[in-house]
Design a protein around this ligand. Sequence first.
Ligand code: GRF
Length: 219
Amino acid sequence: MTHPDAGPCRFVVLISGRGSNMQHIVERARLGGWPASFVQIISNEPDAPGLAWAQAQGLPTDVLAHRDFSSREAFDLALADRIDEHAPDYVLLAGFMRILSPAFVQRFRNRLINIHPSLLPAFPGLKTHERALQAGVGWHGCTVHVVTDELDHGPIIAQAAVAVRSDDSVASLRNAVLQAEHELYPLVVQWLANGQVKVNDSAGVTVSSVAQRHLWINR
Ligand code: GRF
C-alpha cells in the first residue's frame, strides 16, 4: 500500500448522486494539504449532481452507466477495468448505490472503503434512519468500513455516534447523521492517505497514531 514517501495516496471515488461526502473529503484534503490525490471520480449516473461539482473543481471525472450493460457482472468488470487504469491505492464508495459483485470486491480486496449511515452491525441495508427511529434506539450514526462480500459488513475502521432526540423526524435524524458522515469519512481518508490504516485478512483493521476512532456527536 502507498505511503507518503511513495507519493500521494491515490483515490478513485465512486458516486451515484449528490456526492456530499466526496465534496467534504476533497475539500478537507485540499485544506489540510494531505498526501492525497483524487485520480478519478466515477459515477454510474450521468446526471449525478456530484459529477458536476467535481468537474467544476477541475477533478477528473468519468461516467459508466450501469444501464448500458446487460448484467451486473458485465458492468462490474468494466468498472473494475476503468478503475484500474488509474492505479488507485483505495477505492472510496461515497453514496455509490450499487451492490457490487463478489468478483469486484475480491479484485479490490482490502482497498475498497464504504460509508454506511448506521452504527454497523445495526441496520445494514436501506432506510436506516426510519428503522432506527422505529426500533427506538438512543444512538444512531455512521460507519466507515472495509467492503467484503457481505453487504454492509466488513472490518470497521471508524464510527460516529449521534444521539437520537425524542423529537427527531426521519429528516432531522438523517441530516444529523449526514453531518457526522462529513466529519468521519474525511478523517478516515486522512488516515488512509497518511498510511496509518492497515487492513489485512488475519488482523483486520489497525489504525496507528490515532487517539480516537469512535466519535460522539452531540446535538
Ligand atoms: C450517505 O448517507 C451515505 O452514507 C450513503 O449514501 C449517502 C450518500 O450521500 N451510502 P452523498 O451522495 O455523499 O451526499
